[in-house]
Write a new protein. Sequence first.
Length: 86
Amino acid sequence: MSAKLSAGGVILEIEKFLNGDDGAYDWDDFVSISIQDQRLDAIRIECAELPGKYPPGNCRQYCSSEGLERLKEIVNELRTMKGESR
């Protein structure tokens, strides 16, 4: 099974996570279900690997503040690829 997410859909999932607006399992679903677009799936994989690259300070966090900054960078990179500025 793979998701048909667009760059905009990936941006939305990451922003919901960053803002705390996601549902209980939304982030887990996002990082667990492959995306048909290989470029976007590579981003999904990077998001799934953040806790290993940027270990959380405690068990209530997904990753460190550096990992959260990386998520923001990913959003900006995706917007640039889409031709958006924000």
